[in-house]
Design a protein around this ligand. Structure first.
Ligand code: FES
Length: 172
């Protein structure tokens, strides 16, 4: 007798679960719209900041910059040959964060092989290949700043393609 009551209770519980499950499935049809809205909110509008003028640059001579704000040091480089992500009339101007993606040590430029090098644990990043890591502990390539050069030769940074070290998200 007691056993039958338990079976009945189990059936009721099962049916309730089915109703809740069906309601949940109906709610899921709404979720993609919510997710789409959340994704659009996560999209970042980066500032358009003037970094320098073409006339300020010489091949393989790094220029210190900061982007998108003063807490994010970077480097502006003219490489002398067209490269991935290169801006300007020669397609050879690039800019990167100099905060190592591993633990945030500050990178320095090595002109002989056009890499940015970390004094912390020796990660190396190729400036001719969009900041691709070529050796080391980092699990991410170097964030590259997206550049635009106007008719007057002014160079503007207008975005970042990776997560800058020390930031929890790409939100500024
Ligand atoms: Fe650069 Fe560790 S902080 S490799």
């Amino acid at each position: 007798m007691k056993c039958n009551r338990l079976v009945d209770a189990g059936r009721r519980q099962f049916l309730r679960g089915g109703i809740v499950g069906a309601a949940g499935a109906a709610a899921n049809t709404v979720l993609p719209a919510r997710q789409a809205a959340a994704l659009s909110l996560a999209r970042v509008e980066y500032p358009s900041n003037r970094l320098a003028n073409i006339a300020d640059l010489a091949v393989d001579t790094p220029l210190d910059i900061a982007y998108p704000d003063a807490d994010s040091p970077g480097v502006l480089l003219k490489l002398g040959t067209a490269v991935e992500g290169g801006a300007g009339p020669d397609g050879d101007i690039v800019a990167f964060s100099v905060l190592c993606p591993h633990k945030g040590w500050q990178l320095s430029y090595h002109a002989a092989d056009r890499t940015l090098n970390c004094p912390g644990h020796y990660s190396r990043f190729d400036c001719e290949s969009g900041g691709q890591e070529v050796w080391g502990h980092a699990t991410q390539n170097l964030p590259q700043f997206l550049l635009r050069v106007d008719d007057a030769g002014d160079i503007f940074a207008e975005g970042v393609d990776e997560l800058i070290y020390g930031r929890l998200s790409n939100v500024l």
